[in-house]
Design a protein around this ligand. Structure first.
Ligand code: SF4
Length: 365
């Protein structure tokens, strides 16, 4: 019932062409699937059985999910943190690389700037959202300060050549050497939890959007090429749909009027939601008669991503389909919910900046 929107082309492409399997093939094996799994937001997976087995048998496994400290955190980013909280409860060790080397080589951000953004904009929000990055099971680090990752990247780079990177990423003569090195650093981020100093080979899961799949494929290829030296297990991955922006495209920090930021004042959040694209009918009369179309509605999508209670989501879905609710009313309900969430995160975030800075100082090695 709840699989409401349709920008599926990239999603289908990776399922058809690159051996990604539908997530619904494995969801039955999970006792209490996350709401993003139940609702089809997480739609694809590769080798998820290894993760299932580790969770079931209480064996070691890890999650790696990086962040690029280049802009503001919006509500679309929140879904990664929601997943991390779920996996942490299942016993995962979590690795959060901060991609300051990538921000330096592709976005012209200085390392100091990246560190500041990572602390104030991302890590403080992670803490406010309930991910306790002070725990021993969570490793946050700056790529530029993690010598283990940098050394592994150098070793991995021995078995990658420029033609391969050009074929995967479209690099050409004008691409800087720093930029060509980024995919290798990311592969090292993904594979380093399997080094002896982190407990040796283990299943590793990387939750990504479909656009990140080239990194996953390269990391898996490198895991195979270095199997003899490190006994790497090929990393697993899941694929999630991106949240839509207010007017319907992909939500992005580079389109500030189209994204809802975790730092937006509540009134701004409300205004953005009141302007969102809906699946409502042209006239009130038609809406009452034929009902709306939640699958084409950004407001409904916000519920799908951010309201944990299935009953509330289903209630809006049915009222919309039956014409019992009109878009104005519905937007107000969703705006109230999101304002509360944003106010709550804001209050907590204020107290978290210092803690976030401390975590980063202590965790880099
Ligand atoms: Fe979207 Fe709500 Fe309008 Fe239905 S009633 S189309 S869910 S805003």
């Amino acid at each position: 019932m709840i699989d409401p929107w349709s920008s599926e082309s990239l999603n289908h492409k990776i399922i058809e062409k690159f051996g990604v399997r539908p997530f619904k093939e494995v969801i039955g094996e999970i006792k209490d699937p996350h709401w993003l799994m139940r609702r089809g937001v997480i739609f694809g997976q590769r080798d998820y059985n290894k993760i299932l087995k580790a969770m079931k048998n209480k064996e070691d496994f890890a999650i790696v999910t990086g962040m690029m400290p280049s802009g503001k955190m919006h509500i679309g980013h929140k879904m990664i943190i929601d997943q991390l909280i779920w996996y942490e409860k299942k016993g995962a060790e979590i690795f959060i690389p901060i991609a300051d080397m990538e921000a330096y080589s592709t976005r012209n951000k200085s390392f100091e700037e990246s560190k500041k953004i990572a602390i104030e904009e991302y890590l403080a929000n992670y803490l406010a959202l309930g991910l306790d990055i002070t725990k021993d099971s969570i490793n946050v680090y700056l790529q530029s300060e993690n010598l283990v990752v940098e050394d592994l990247a150098y070793i991995l780079s021995k078995k990658v050549n420029f033609s391969e990177l050009r074929a995967i990423y479209g690099f050409d003569e004008s691409t800087s050497i720093a930029q060509t090195y980024i995919p290798i650093i990311q592969a090292a981020d993904i594979l380093h939890p399997q080094l002896d100093e982190f407990g040796g080979p283990k299943p590793v899961l990387v939750p990504v959007g479909p656009d990140q799949d080239p990194h996953i494929r390269l990391s898996r290829d490198l895991a195979s090429r270095f199997k003899k030296e490190y006994s790497f297990i090929l990393p697993s991955s899941t694929y999630h749909k991106f949240m839509s922006g207010i007017t319907g495209g992909k939500m992005s920090s580079s389109k500030p009027n189209d994204a809802i930021f975790l730092t937006d004042p509540p009134k701004v959040v409300e205004n953005k939601i009141m302007q969102a694209k809906t699946g409502g009918r042209e006239t009130l009369e038609d809406q009452r008669k034929y009902g709306g179309s939640p699958k084409d509605c950004v407001v409904y999508e916000i519920l799908i991503y951010h309201v944990e209670d299935d009953k509330k989501v289903k209630d809006i879905y049915e009222k919309c389909k039956n014409g019992e609710i009109i878009c104005g009313e519905c937007k107000k309900i969703v705006a109230e919910h999101m304002k509360k969430l944003i106010i709550d995160i804001g209050k907590k975030r204020e107290k978290m900046v210092e803690k976030a800075a401390r975590v980063l100082e202590e965790s880099n090695g």
